[in-house]
Design a protein around this ligand. Structure first.
Ligand SMILES: Nc1nc2c(c(=O)[nH]1)N[C@H]1C(S)=C(S)[C@@H](COP(=O)(O)OP(=O)(O)OC[C@H]3O[C@@H](n4cnc5c(N)ncnc54)[C@H](O)[C@@H]3O)O[C@H]1N2
Ligand code: MOO
Length: 405
């Protein structure tokens, strides 16, 4: 299994750096240092709604209360500069520019106001509640280095600095080809066709598309083809021209009509079996200019194979590290007997119930179809060299939506 993972990782080349609009950079990885084109804040501004006072009045307020006349008001967005002299104060709002002559802003809750007069008293420090221009970021400061994930916060900081585009590792372009004469795509509306005798609704393409998008890659093409070799070859030619990576599902088993295996085996794609269940048959290679990973058709086998081989390689190629999922150590709720010599992919339900500090997982061993997703929230790859796992043993699980209590 590790050998095949290395083969797939080697096949999928790191993506080039591309400049994308900031709005399209979510979850991507920074490929070139981002520096600040300006400072932040851009100008001295007030951190509170309150009153701006001069240094002379601030100093005098320490020993005596100061009665000051309100001579104006500055709102956020105000462009004009209202100079301030001793004995006067300005009403000022959060985010409004602090004018010349102002030494501190006193928050309104600490000020007694009577019409156009206010009274300030006590020890007010110089610069109180003034956000000084450039105190957060100076012009030319490094905002993010290579390898940093474009998180919501970083996107926000870039926007605050007026950055409109960033250089990131390009999303991989992926095509998904599902094979099987028995497949029928469920569509809404008038074009809907129910499966006839021997036919089934197709599930792998949409499932894999979802998983690929979750890795930060872009699905540029999907197609569903029959087990006819000519049709499959044409579909491969088209898919490999459009994508960096082509993922196929089905047709790599041991039957008489395994179209992917029979067609690609002689065309640069190696077929093999790995010590994983489900997901024993696998294949990988190149076709046209694209990397090709052939996944087995059984939906759970396709899912297991994606998690074992495809996801880590896609993410590594884009240096993508963002993931809503969490990998945790959880204690087995019950003992199980894994299949010796085989890595088992199994879904489970992981929970963390206080006062426990370690999550507990119930593994749905024996549920090999996609229905295993019902009432489960995580998956695990069980070690091939464990012949028995006792209740309380630790297993590594990956939880899709965090670990609920
Ligand atoms: N004699 C043996 N037969 C099989 C073995 C074996 O060791 N000896 N291994 C089995 C295993 S394990 C797997 S996995 C499959 C792999 O076969 P294929 O990759 O060729 O998959 P298909 O035959 O095309 O499909 C298998 C199964 O999955 C359904 N399927 C396929 N694609 C889709 C799709 N897009 N959406 C929904 N369902 C799909 C298909 O209808 C079949 O039921 O070989 C076993 N055989
Ligand atoms: O190994 Mo198959 O891939 O079990 O379903």
């Amino acid at each position: 299994m590790a050998e095949h993972a290395a083969v797939v990782a080697e096949l999928i080349c790191p993506t080039a750096a591309v400049t994308v609009p900031l709005s399209d950079s979510r979850g991507a990885v920074v490929a070139a240092t981002i520096t600040a084109p300006t400072r932040l804040p851009r100008f001295d501004n007030s951190a509170v709604d309150g009153f701006a006072i001069t240094g002379a009045d601030r100093v005098r307020a320490v020993s005596d209360h100061r009665d000051l006349e309100l001579v104006g008001q500055i709102n956020a967005g105000a462009g004009e500069n209202q100079a301030l002299t001793a004995g006067s104060a300005l009403r000022i709002m959060t985010g409004a520019p602090v004018p010349d002559g102002v030494d501190a802003v006193v928050a309104q809750e600490y000020v007694a106001r009577d019409g156009d007069r206010i009274c300030v008293a006590g020890d007010i420090s110089a610069g109180l509640n003034i956000r000084v221009a450039g105190e957060e970021v100076r012009d030319g400061d490094v905002i993010a280095r290579r390898g940093t994930l474009m998180t919501a916060g970083l996107v926000g900081l870039c926007a605050a600095l007026g950055v409109t585009a960033v250089e990131v590792h390009a999303p991989l372009r992926v095509a998904v080809l599902s094979t099987g004469t028995e497949l029928v795509e469920a569509t809404p509306g008038a074009s809907r066709r129910e499966p006839g005798p021997g036919e089934v609704f197709a599930s792998n393409a949409i499932m894999l598309t979802h998983a690929i998008a979750g890795c930060g890659a872009t699905v540029v093409h999907t197609a569903m083809v029959s087990d006819d070799p000519q049709e499959f070859l044409a579909a491969m030619t088209r898919a490999s021209a459009l994508a960096d990576v082509v993922i196929t599902s089905g047709g790599i088993g041991f039957g008489d009509r395994d179209v992917v295996k029979s067609t690609l085996r002689s065309r640069g794609v190696d077929m093999c079996t790995v010590n994983m269940r489900p997901g024993r048959p696998q294949g990988a290679g190149r076709f046209g200019g694209a990397a090709v990973v052939t996944l087995p058709g059984n939906p759970m086998a396709a899912l297991a194979s994606f998690e074992a081989f495809v996801r880590p390689s896609l993410r590594a190629a884009m240096e993508y590290t963002g993931d809503e999922r969490r990998t945790v150590h959880a204690q087995l709720g019950h003992s199980i007997q894994p299949r010796p010599g085989t890595v088992q992919f199994v879904l489970g339900l992981v929970t963390l119930t206080p006062p426990r500090s370690v999550p507990v997982v119930e593994l749905a061993v024996g549920r090999r179809g996609l229905s295993a997703v019902i009432d489960t929230n995580c998956f695990a790859f069980l070690d091939a060299d464990r012949s028995r796992l006792a209740a309380g043993d630790l297993v590594v699980v990956t939880a899709e939506g965090g670990v609920p209590g």
